[in-house]
Design a protein around this ligand. Structure first.
Ligand SMILES: [Zn+2]
Length: 361
């Protein structure tokens, strides 16, 4: 249910760093429609590529998919005239099956002894040491070797340090593609060793058309909730997520009847490992709702809750702008603390009580 950091950034890869017999995901070989021009430009001048690339841009616009498309093009054994992957050769087929021996994806996911993947906070130094060991081995299929690190800012300090030398001088034919939507959190020593490439953002029309092609019934609504980021929007378009969101928003729309304890229990009803995601989603909904309250108060149209203009208008007059601003700032502070140990239910209850108090109950 989370629209968090990496929402929709391509395909999860529970395999990286895991035993070789773990089930492998399929890999996207084609760039997204709004990436075609950049990919064509890049492939046309492939000989001039730096060996370390840093793909940047907001979360949910498809940076990870872009990294995978570039990786597959590099690994294709019979590229087309424009440099793009053929989709047919052994290299493309191994990559599509998530089993290319010369492609390594490193992300903050741990796989336990039973092969169960679980998100973790950081990419730790052992993962990078394993990657460096892999980089030193000759290419299995005699072509390029490609490593994707996503999101790169999740490397902890020791991991980033360990990567420096390899980043500066990878063995010939080896490409490192770092993906980051918070490049400012990368050590300067890492960022300065990479060629930085801004991942293209789709226009609203491109994003809506792509979502419609994915079977999303109301692309406009999903895009509004995801601040225009189509892959994030795709993650939000599911019925289950929308039903959960509707239940929370309905509670926010009637603050006088809001029970923080009852709502807090919804967070505790989630599996333990999902409770922080539940809190992150709640903070996102509260923040979008409060921004829309402020907009409606000024006579503007709501952005994220376009279907609830009447409910917003009914509340907007009874909240003081300064209190609303302060509350919104406290939401941003709560969001910044999500990476720290905390009790999601207690944080949610405190935020909900403060929210209810905004309306002078
Ligand atoms: Zn191919």
């Amino acid at each position: 249910m989370s629209a968090g950091d990496t929402a929709g950034e391509g395909l999860a890869n529970p395999r990286s760093g895991a035993g070789d017999d773990a089930e492998a995901p399929r890999r996207r070989a084609r760039p997204l429609p709004w990436q075609h021009r950049l990919v064509a430009d890049m492939l046309a001048r492939r000989a001039g590529w730096a060996h370390a690339l840093l793909l940047t841009g907001p979360a949910g616009i498809g940076k990870r998919a872009l990294a995978e498309a570039l990786a597959v093009a590099l690994l294709c054994e019979s590229p087309q005239g424009d440099g793009s992957a053929c989709g047919e050769c052994p290299g493309c087929r191994y990559a599509a099956a998530g089993q290319h021996p010369d492609l390594r994806i490193v992300e903050p996911i741990d796989v336990d002894d039973e092969g169960v993947a679980k998100p973790v906070e950081s990419i730790v130094v052992d993962r990078i040491r394993a990657l460096i060991g892999w980089v030193q081995v000759t290419s299995h299929r005699g072509g390029a070797k490609v490593a994707v690190i996503a999101p790169a800012e999740r490397m902890n300090a020791a991991a980033a340090n360990a990567l420096l030398k390899t980043l500066e001088e990878p063995p010939p034919g080896t490409f490192l593609i770092l993906v980051s939507h918070q490049p400012g959190r990368l050590p300067a020593t890492i960022a300065s060793r990479c060629q930085r490439i801004a991942a293209p953002r789709p226009t609203a029309a491109e994003a809506a058309a792509w979502l419609a092609g994915q079977g999303v019934a109301d692309p406009g609504r999903a895009l509004a909730q995801a601040a225009g980021a189509p892959l994030a929007a795709l993650g939000l378009a599911g019925d289950e997520y929308q039903a959960e969101r509707s239940a929370w928003i309905a509670a926010l729309a009637r603050p006088a009847a809001l029970s923080a304890v009852t709502l807090g229990a919804r967070i505790d009803a989630l599996p333990r490992e999902s409770r922080k995601d539940g809190l992150a989603a709640l903070i996102g909904w509260l923040s979008g709702w409060c921004s829309d309250l402020a907009r409606v108060r000024c006579g503007a149209a709501p952005l994220q809750n376009r279907d609830l203009r009447a409910e917003l208008a009914a509340l907007a007059g009874s909240v003081a702008p300064i209190a609303l601003f302060r509350y919104h700032r406290s939401l941003m502070e709560a969001r910044a603390r999500l990476g720290h140990p905390l009790q999601p239910r207690l944080v949610a209850e405190a935020l909900l009580i403060d929210y209810r108090d905004l309306f002078g109950r």
